[in-house]
Design a protein around this ligand. Sequence first.
Ligand code: MG
Length: 379
Amino acid sequence: MTGAIVLCGGSGTRMGPIGVNKTLLPWRGEPLFIHSVRVFSSLKMDVIVAAPADDLEAFKDALRAAGLKAKVVPGGGDRYLSVLNGLRACVEKTDIVLIHDGARPRVSPELAERVEKAALEKGGAIPALPCVDTIKTVEGDLITGTPTRSGLKRVQTPQGFRYDLIRQAYERFKDESGRFTDDASVLEAAGKDVYVVEGDPGNEKITVPQDYLGLKDPVTPEISVGIGQDTHRLVEGRKLILCGVEVPFEKGLLGHSDADVAVHALIDAILGAAALGDIGRHFPDSDEKYRGISSLKLLEHVMNLIREKGFALCHADITVTCQRPKLKDHIEEMRKNLAVTMGVSVERVSVKATTSEGLGYEGRGEGISAMSAATLMKN
Ligand code: MG
């Protein structure tokens, strides 16, 4: 059985006065430490969380909410004593144990398995990365040496060990706990060999607030989708305007504006994606200034509105349901009108037409309907 100890007991003084244990900070909807617990659980490891003694309930609650099983033990006064408590809580049949910082939420299953496998073969193994910076040894502000960079490695967690070896070493040095900053050095002090495996540059530790803010995936765009639908009656004595194109026909759509049903559906889709209400709220048909107005003007206004709110249009799609007239010869002009009005390239605008096979009000030629979807991105 492989055990995994997730260390959450640190005081996190380098995070500043955030007023909460840093491994409880949310990331991707869950506390940081939950992400590594989930990785180890998925590998069927027996997970132990070493949490601050006065905060055990918060950790138990978080595990419950995430649907994960792990033993929660009180951490000690420092990292070393927290590990020791974790080791003492391992089940009897534990043969390998991984020890991991709860503040490294991006540990991958591949890395955990690489460490586990090497620990099984060699007794002790830890992930390491090349040192890119030149390192100096100093006394005060005086440089006393420059170790050769090729012989230096930056090490990460999880660090993996044969359980009996690491447990003995930890018990042996428990009165000198302040000496050690990682687990490998405890085993080294006991005279055992520890090996390195390839680390993972993504598996960084959250130490200072900038690290946490850097986790927030600022490049992930916020995408929203809206839908719109509209219907207008076909009557004699009106022009038929669809997507700003005057389509030759014996009837036209009835409405307060130019009754461009396709643009109305599109406007509702865009407003919907931005959660800004509907077309009737922005352009009430009781308002005389909208009488006979080109709906493209309304669309232009709506685009300005969403841009002010930080949205950009990714794509818009419209389907017009219309028995007669045939619209296919007008589709390209319609797309162009909309693209120009919205200030986007024509590739981002789709207009389609269909009949309703003679069924319903569209089929009987009593009216024309349109539906639309719009995808917006928030900057
Ligand atoms: Mg309408």
